[in-house]
Design a protein around this ligand. Sequence first.
Ligand code: BGC
Length: 364
Amino acid sequence: MKKKLLGAIAISAVAGLVLAGCGTGRDGGGTDEGEGISEDARIGVALPDRTSENWVLAGDLFVDGLEEAGFEPDVQYAGSNNPVQDQQQQIEAMIQNGAELIVIGAADTAQLSTQLQAAKDAGITVVSYDRLIENSENIDYYIAFDNFEVGVLQGTALLEGLEERFGDEDTWNIELFSGSPDDSNAPVFFDGAMSVLQPKIDDGTLNVVSGQTEIAATATQDWSAENAQERMDNLIQGNYSGGTEVHGVLSPNDTLARAILASASDAGLETPVVTGQDSEVESVRSIMAGDQYSTISKDTRILVADTIDLISTLQAGDEPGDTEALDNGATDIPSILLDPIIVTQENAAEVYADDPNLAPLTED
Ligand code: BGC
């Protein structure tokens, strides 16, 4: 870990020198602050590794949408072997190649300070996308679905599903999963869910049989399905082998939900109520089949379109309306937060009616 960090710092230092050497006169370089963004500006989009379908979709949508709006897109994904370092290098290259604005879906929300300082020094506007980059003042805007609300909806869905499937029980046995510790969204999803679930744990309606209620114990490194499945296998072995039923599992996204369901099924347990997020094709299929209970619709088409609208607004020299301030640990970031939608078997057809990937799955 330490080695990785040092490597990143060394590379950043080199990039810093290159930038300093080029000054503001470099070919097609980022604008100085106050100069505004060119109509045909090069726009960098740095996305994390493809840990869920939303990221895969976002890349293509950014390429098409930015071109259509007259910009020159430079969309890059971090690889899965070395995502943090990859992304740091990609952002450094975007700065050197003259991006005037960079959109970042961070691979690790705590490890971009050096790159953001370099972007700031080059007069480049930075938009933090989906995940709020922490502890840096050099972020101009944040745009995402309301992550706390996502958690609230997940907690609410879990309770509704438990009532629906296991209404006869006095106490519902549940387990809790959260996302990757390097993603600032993970604690926000978890806190949102716990704002609904904690009172029900306190009054005995819910029993977290393993006792693992602290976020550190529930975390899923790298948002990896394998890690979630392994933890669920262990939880079942340690707590549910004597015939105790697991009625529900809070899962922060669809990839992990399917891993948790696979683990329960491998152990021969009755299908627990499992929440999710992202409207992944396999999960919508599972919901329609009566397995996974819920997902969250955070329509990537809308998030990308709104991000491009924001870029066009800034290009025109205007300020976006309707922002709210979110503290990222260094300062308040003007943020645009969109409304997520909870989806179960009941409303899936309606919610996905105009989605060419998902509408066919919800037909009778
Ligand atoms: C996103 C989720 C996604 C997760 C894993 C989060 O930051 O908000 O939509 O499921 O990352 O990729």
